[in-house]
Design a protein around this ligand. Structure first.
Ligand SMILES: Cc1cc2nc3c(=O)[nH]c(=O)nc-3n(C[C@H](O)[C@H](O)[C@H](O)COP(=O)(O)OP(=O)(O)OC[C@H]3O[C@@H](n4cnc5c(N)ncnc54)[C@H](O)[C@@H]3O)c2cc1C
Length: 283
């Protein structure tokens, strides 16, 4: 059991982890690949104090090394779901279920763009989680639509259950090389309900029906990840102590609102950790 799980691997998350360690909290940072974060793409930053002309990549490297040195633990992967469990939260990352007394959301402002039909069919043949829903498709035909290499592991897991797996690549990455998985070159355009409770994957030249369709991206919308979380527009609603609408859940950095800047992300990560330490001390 961790004191704190921090979702995200950018400056907000890393700053939060550093302060959490200074407050003696056992904390885990769960982060998708650094390359998927915004800071990694910044060629040169001129407004981060103390590090003029630094590249985003270098700044991330330094932040992460400092966090590691302070004892922050790291895990690669996408947090898909967070569920309250009385006094703690369960965090689902890939096939692992983790538990913490508190959670910090620091996953940046990038919003996954869904396929037409995807949201409406979610839970009715469309899933974002192989671990949660794979068992329902034992011996059946499924499609995996993946925008990153994280979908490869999920497809291999699904291939151990399903009778057939088609793999569609939605953004460049190396697809699985496994005889149980058929690689499809077409680009999915939308999902539709088909006859017999099947789901149709429609591309620009083909329509194929499946019992189940699994969609994997390196990000999940915050209110989908944690049902009941209040949003302010597309950002997570927070107060000045970075507390969200849910107990012992905090948000910081770009996901908590404008301005979308590194200095603000770092400051808010620091505040979130302090608020969390105070709340846990009184819990
Ligand atoms: C090209 C460019 C140039 C920029 N230039 C500047 C500049 O000069 N100065 C400045 O101050 N700011 C600049 N910015 C903005 C700056 O990069 C962001 O404000 C900052 O990175 C926000 O930090 P963050 O930690 O909130 O989010 P991010 O840096 O976006 O990090 C979020 C991380 O969380 C991960 N993640 C998301 N969802 C999940 C999940 N479900 N599970 C696990 N991990 C997840 C992402 O992969 C990502 O690594 C620039 C941005 C871009 C794109």
């Amino acid at each position: 059991m961790y004191d704190l799980i921090i979702v995200g691997g950018g400056p907000a998350a890393l700053s939060c982890g550093m302060t959490a360690r200074k407050r003696n909290l056992r904390c885990l940072v769960v982060a998708a690949d650094a390359q998927t974060g915004w800071l990694y793409k910044a060629e040169r930053l001129d407004n981060y104090p103390g590090m003029p002309k630094v590249s985003g990549k270098e700044l991330l490297r330094v932040f992460r090394a400092q966090a590691q040195e302070l004892g922050v633990e790291f895990m690669g992967g996408v947090a898909r779901q967070i569920q309250p469990m009385g006094d703690s939260y369960m965090v689902l990352v890939g096939n692992d279920v983790l538990e913490a007394r508190a959670v910090v959301l620091a996953m940046g402002a990038a919003r996954p763009k869904l396929l037409p039909g995807e949201e409406e069919l979610l839970g009715r043949g469309v899933s974002w989680c192989g671990t949660c829903d794979g068992m329902f498709y034992r011996g059946k035909r499924v499609a995996v639509l993946s925008a990153w290499h994280g979908g490869v592991e999920e497809a291999l897991f699904l291939a151990s259950l399903a009778s057939h797996v088609d793999y569609y690549t939605m953004a460049p990455h190396t697809p699985p090389a496994d005889e149980r998985i058929e690689l499809r070159g077409e680009k999915p355009l939308r999902l539709e309900a088909a006859e017999g409770r099947q789901i149709a994957v429609v591309t620009d030249g083909t329509t194929s029906d499946y019992d189940g369709v699994f969609v994997f991206r390196p990000a999940v919308a915050p209110d989908r990840m944690l049902p009941g979380l209040k949003l302010d527009g597309s950002f997570v609603e927070v107060d000045r102590a970075m507390r969200t609408s849910l107990p012992r859940v905090y948000a910081c950095g770009d996901c908590a609102g404008q301005p979308l800047q590194v200095a603000k992300a770092v400051g808010e990560g620091n505040i979130a950790a302090i608020s969390c330490a105070e709340d846990l001390a009184h819990a």
